[in-house]
Design a protein around this ligand. Structure first.
Ligand code: ITT
Length: 195
C-alpha cells in the first residue's frame, strides 16, 4: 500500500519512514509541487485533517491513502503554549532554531529553568472512502538549555520522562520507542490493516 505523506517537514518524513517500515511512504513533494496549506483550525486533529484532505484533493487519484501529522509541544509553565502554534512560535517563517530559542526565552521569563511539558501528534488518514484520526503523546520536561543535535524541532530542550538527557542527546532508537509520533502511528497501523 502506497502512503502519501502530506508534510513538508523533513524531520517528520524521516521519522515516519523509519516508523512505517513495510509500507511504501512517499512525501507528496515527490509527486507534485509543494503548496501552502492554511492550518486554521484550533485542534491538532482538525489541522491534521485539513492537511490530509488538501493533499488528497490535489493528488486527484482514486487509489491513494494520504497521511498527515499535526504536532507540537505544550509547556505547563506557559499554560500549554505553544501547542498548535509550535511551528510558528518564533513568528511567520521562523526556523526550528528560532522557535526553540523563543520557547527558552518565554520559560526564562517565568523565572524557572525547566517545566513539565508534553508533545502531541495527531495523525489523519484520508482514503477515497474514509477519514480517520489518532493521537499520541510523550511526556517529560523542557529545560532552558540546548543539548545535542539529534531529532529536530524542540528535541534539544526536551527530556523524556525517566531519562536525564534530551532527545537531542539520546539515540534515535529511544525517540522511536517513546515518541508521540510512534504511539499515534502504531494506532494508525491498526487502521491501515483494515483498509
Ligand atoms: P507540516 O505542516 O508540513 O507537516 P510543520 O513543521 O509546519 O510541517 P506542524 O504544523 O505540525 O508541522 O508543526 C509542528 C511543530 O512542532 C514544528 O515546529 C516542530 O518542530 C514541532 N514538533 C513536532 N513534533 C516534534 C518532534 O517530534 N520533535 C521536535 N519538535 C517537534
Amino acid at each position: 500500500m502506497k502512503l502519501v505523506l502530506a508534510t513538508s517537514n523533513k524531520g517528520k518524513v524521516r521519522e515516519i519512514k523509519a516508523l512505517m517500515q513495510g509500507y511504501e511512504v512517499v512525501p507528496y513533494s515527490e509527486l507534485m509541487k509543494e503548496f501552502e496549506i492554511i492550518e486554521d483550525a484550533d485542534t491538532f486533529k482538525e489541522n491534521a485533517l485539513i492537511k490530509a484532505r488538501a493533499v488528497f484533493k490535489a493528488l486527484n487519484e482514486d487509489d491513494v491513502v494520504v497521511i498527515a501529522d499535526d504536532s507540537g509541544i505544550s509547556v505547563d509553565v506557559l499554560d500549554g503554549a505553544p501547542g498548535i502554534f509550535s511551528a510558528r512560535y518564533g513568528g511567520e517563517g521562523a526556523s526550528d532554531k528560532d522557535n526553540l530559542y523563543k520557547l527558552i526565552g518565554e520559560i526564562k521569563k517565568k523565572g524557572v529553568e525547566s517545566s513539565p511539558a508534553h508533545y502531541t501528534a495527531a495523525i489523519a488518514i484520508v482514503t477515497p472512502t474514509s477519514q480517520y484520526t489518532v493521537h499520541g503523546w510523550m511526556y517529560g520536561d523542557v529545560i532552558t538549555q540546548v543539548r545535542g543535535d539529534g531529532g529536530f524541532g524542540y528535541d534539544p530542550m526536551f527530556i523524556p520522562l525517566g531519562y536525564d538527557k534530551t532527545l537531542g542527546e539520546l539515540d534515535d532508537e529511544i525517540k522511536k520507542k517513546l515518541s508521540h509520533r510512534s504511539k499515534a502511528l502504531s494506532l494508525a497501523k491498526e487502521i491501515l490493516q483494515t483498509l
